[in-house]
Design a protein around this ligand. Structure first.
Ligand code: NAD
Length: 348
């Protein structure tokens, strides 16, 4: 038995990653497509064997309500459209898997959570890191204190973004610049690794003057987060430099991290520790799994077993609250304290 999905938005992520990932899923299948392009709908449907009667334009989206083959909707649209399509999808009686970042603002996240709750449908943010074995291994090393107490974390996710016309550079469609798009991985992964929530953030923001890519959204954000255990995380994201994706967790007797981190594949753990006077360096290899397939099957499993997803809407909301505090700190030039957050059941 497999959960039937409608994929909404036939852009890069859907075509290059998600459709192939579904072929590796064990509990999930694509049964319907929603797109603004009739041409794309026909081509993709033919390639993946999707029935012509299960192809929808955006105007026909609400008609998914009448299609019992569709149990879940996977929203893969520009960030600024996530809230509307989640809310309408829940009102159509479907469970919602929504791409990251969850929305443009925390207020939109609240509305999405409310709509899914009201419709008694599940909502999951399509984060990958939490379903990926290398990150899980490092989380386990941190939480079991393999190298003693963690003190400091450093994380960077930066890349060159080339096209100023792309929706990622339009505030209404993207919500922000590098921070919600790629910086989010640093933030979200560190929260996952530590299993605790930051109590205070401090941020700097900068955009190169005159660069057409950064008329509406920021080029870079550099920020720090303080955690209740005493850990301080130092993070950076940037749309204007050559790609770097990595993190390192520094503990009393060793450090561990991924370089590269956050990528779809090819993640490489790096571990260093001392035994007496001998320094060890290890680069263990873990069998790769398709991260998207793991994440999608997790959601299907939650629907089948009536369980709460590991990354529910509240998880996306929390990330947005923290990003808003980082922007506020950068604007006001001072640290911003975050309201006390109760640890969710999923992280116990
Ligand atoms: P994309 O630009 O390649 O695709 C977006 C799709 O939305 C296109 O098919 C486009 O036609 C459609 N669309 C509908 N209305 C639009 C409008 N008004 N303006 C622009 N496009 C419109 O983008 P993508 O890279 O596929 O990203 C889609 C979503 O997936 C984003 O939320 C992004 O953050 C997320 N994403 C997640 C990951 C991940 O690793 N989880 C990776 C890449 C993208």
């Amino acid at each position: 038995q497999r959960i039937g999905y409608a994929l909404v938005g036939l852009g890069h992520l859907t075509l290059e990653e998600l459709l192939p990932a579904f072929s590796e899923c064990k509990k999930s299948k694509v049964v319907a497509l929603v797109s603004g392009s009739q041409d794309k709908l026909q081509k993709v449907a033919q390639q993946y064997g999707i029935k012509p009667s299960n192809l929808y334009s955006y105007e026909q989206y609400d008609r998914l309500k009448d299609n019992p083959e569709v149990q879940a909707i996977y929203i893969v649209l520009p960030n600024g459209m996530h809230a509307e399509y989640t809310i309408r999808g829940a009102q159509a009686g479907k469970h919602i898997l929504c791409e990251k970042p969850m929305a443009n603002t925390s207020a939109e996240c609240q509305a999405m959570i409310g709509a899914c709750r009201k419709a008694n449908r599940k909502l999951m943010v399509a984060y990958r890191i939490q379903y990926e074995p290398n990150n899980r291994m490092i989380r386990e090393m941190i939480q079991s204190k393999r190298f003693g107490t963690t003190k400091f974390i450093e994380a960077f996710n930066v890349q060159n973004s080339a096209n100023p016309q792309h929706w990622r550079h339009i505030k209404a469609l993207a919500g922000g610049g590098a921070l919600p798009d790629i910086g989010l991985y640093c933030l979200n992964t560190i929260r996952y690794l530590l299993g605790e929530e930051p109590t205070e953030v401090f941020g700097y923001q900068y955009s190169t003057p005159g660069d057409p890519r950064f008329r509406e959204v920021e080029e870079m954000v550099s920020w720090q987060m303080r955690f209740p255990s005493g850990v301080i995380a130092n993070c950076g994201t940037n749309y204007g430099v050559h790609e770097t994706r990595r993190y390192r967790v520094m503990a009393e007797q060793g450090w561990m991290g991924l370089d590269p981190a956050f990528a779809y594949n090819g993640l490489q753990p790096e571990i260093s520790y001392a035994e007496g006077k001998v320094e060890h360096k290890e680069s263990p290899k873990i069998a790769e799994k398709n991260q998207f397939a793991s994440e999608i099957d997790h959601f299907s499993d939650c629907i089948m077993q009536n369980k709460t997803p590991f990354t529910p809407g509240e998880e996306g909301l929390q990330d947005h609250k923290i990003m808003e505090a980082i922007y506020q700190s950068a604007r006001e030039g001072r640290p911003v304290k975050l309201a006390e957050i109760t640890k969710k059941d999923a992280f116990r």
